[in-house]
Ligand binder design. Structure first.
Ligand SMILES: N[C@@H](CCC(=O)N[C@@H](CSS)C(=O)NCC(=O)O)C(=O)O
Length: 315
């Protein structure tokens, strides 16, 4: 069953308006076609854009004349060595944007940057239920209730939108599309977001790997239903099969690296270049201490952040 939810701008000159005559649920095989048909002729020249989540499409509109352009920022939270990623289409009049893996401690910084850049934050997404820090998605929603939180259905966590493997999240028409790939093993609900492979997509492709693949490393597999066998399979089947120049952006780095490529990790990753048995042995002997924040972070992240915990709500 196909579903499309619309938020439209009548032209690139007008402020975005909720196009109330458009049904919120459209059951047609092609959501773009469905929307094109549902929209009055005077705005049909608009290319329908926005965040398309698999069979479900959340739409914003962009002008055909605009030249698409990606704004990309890698942001760092030092206490947990976490990377947050900001992506936006700055060619769209609304400059729609999304955040991947925001951290509660740096929400103010990130929202201030988004304001400075004149972006409209639409999605606050997580790659998984983090164990070492509290996600910023819930806090963002207390400040900007219109922002939709996103996490995988397999994580069992709460969010506005529960994504599944194969779903596509697209921003600003054909320009920036994130494909959802299931990469369990660090946790059972881990996903990697990968930009599309069409000619209009950013080249080289980009993949946001969360904790599945770190630069010259990978996420640990000793809690949250972690499994070295599953992680090995995930990385080899879902990440190492991407084109070698694909840029890989992890959720953490502890050594000062910022980005790697598929080609580099296939050649140099000290864990994942090994055979599966050796990988399993490595992962079972990492002897890492549990993340300091784990007992707070995991329950909080299951409900999108600390602000949604019952004890907080009632205090
Ligand atoms: N010391 C940190 C936690 C460090 C850690 O365990 N990192 C995780 C990702 S966050 S759950 C990991 O998978 N590390 C893999 C590795 O090889 O380091 C803290 O106390 O928070």
């Amino acid at each position: 069953m196909l579903r499309a939810v619309g938020l439209f701008s009548r032209s690139s000159l007008e402020a975005p308006t909720l196009f109330s005559s458009l049904p919120h649920q459209i059951h047609l095989p092609n959501p773009r076609l469905a929307l094109a048909l549902a929209v009055p002729p005077q705005i049909r020249t608009t290319i329908f854009a926005g965040f398309m989540i698999g069979k479900r499409t959340i739409m914003a509109a962009t002008s055909t004349t605009a030249s698409p352009k990606l704004l990309f920022r890698q942001l760092f939270e030092k206490d947990s060595s976490t990377y947050t990623y900001l992506l936006a289409d700055v060619s769209h009049p609304d400059k729609p944007a999304l955040l991947i893996d925001p951290v509660d401690k740096t929400v103010e910084r990130d929202l201030s940057l988004i304001r400075d850049l004149g972006l409209k934050l639409v999605y606050a997404m997580n790659t998984h239920v983090h164990a070492d820090h509290v996600t910023g998605t819930g806090l963002i929603k207390t400040k900007m209730p219109e922002v939709k939180s996103v996490v995988s259905k397999a994580s069992g966590a709460r969010a506005d939108i529960l994504i599944e493997p194969g779903d596509k999240i697209s921003i600003a028409s054909l320009f920036l599309e994130l494909q959802v790939r299931a990469t369990p093993g660090h946790t059972s609900g881990c996903v990697t977001y990968v930009t599309g492979d069409g000619p209009s997509q950013p080249q080289p492709r980009m993949a946001f790997t969360g904790d599945a693949l770190l630069i010259r490393g990978c996420g640990r597999t000793d809690f949250q239903s972690g499994s070295p066998q599953q992680l090995y399979k995930s990385v080899h089947s879902q990440i190492f099969t991407l084109p070698k120049p694909t840029l890989l952006y992890p959720a953490h780095d502890y050594k000062g690296f910022t980005v790697t490529t598929v080609g580099e990790e296939i050649q140099y990753n000290p864990r994942l270049t090994k055979d599966e048995e050796t990988f399993k042995h490595i992962m079972e002997n990492l002897n890492l201490s549990y993340p300091k924040m784990m007992d707070i972070a995991v329950p909080a992240n299951m409900v999108c952040g600390l602000q949604d915990l019952p004890s907080k709500a009632s205090s």
